[in-house]
Design a protein around this ligand. Sequence first.
Ligand code: HQG
Length: 185
Amino acid sequence: MGRLDDLSKYVSRVLRHRPEDAGIRLDEHGWANVEELLAGMNAAGREIDRATLEKIVRTDKKQRYSFGEDGTMIRANQGHSIPVDVELEEQEPPEYLYHGTALRFLESIRQQGLLPMGRLYVHLSGDVETAHAVGRRHGRPAVLKVHSGDMYRDGQPFFRSRNGVWLAKKVDVGYFEQMEELDNS
Ligand code: HQG
């Protein structure tokens, strides 16, 4: 992994899960002060300057981070485990969304439904390929087709992060089915 990827992973961990690693705090909307983040990372041995951070934000393939309007603050767009309100936009979902997971989680998911586990929301994708890639992060992947339209009509709110990830508080049993296994797994 390249140096930028490495630093990006660290930024992601600090802004979503462990701000204390860089000795900083997030405000209630998940914002970190950029100067404090840079100073904290350098103090933690992760050498980084403003230009490098800007490059990470600009080039990140999943567009995980946003700067505030005046550039003094930064936050992750989604994926948090710590309770911050990143002012997600509530949106009517398409009829179906997809969730990538690992085969070994399916039994538990069939019993409990999809739960946010370590994060604030269940993450859903608009297409099967993305969901498949998300599932692969955990082992042999499985993709669930989620009946988001039915959920929405039944009163479940859906949110969309600035970087296009669909989020829901949970997906109850009865609103998803497993898709055929893809062969390129
Ligand atoms: C599973 C990445 C057992 C769930 C991705 C998932 C995504 C259950 C795992 C974002 C369960 C949690 C989030 C239940 C759910 N029993 N297991 N009842 N309910 N699970 O990493 O969705 O690269 O917290 O299926 O692209 O994999 O980090 O969530 O397998 O958008 O930006 O519990 O993270 O983005 O795993 O990934 P995670 P996720 P980044």
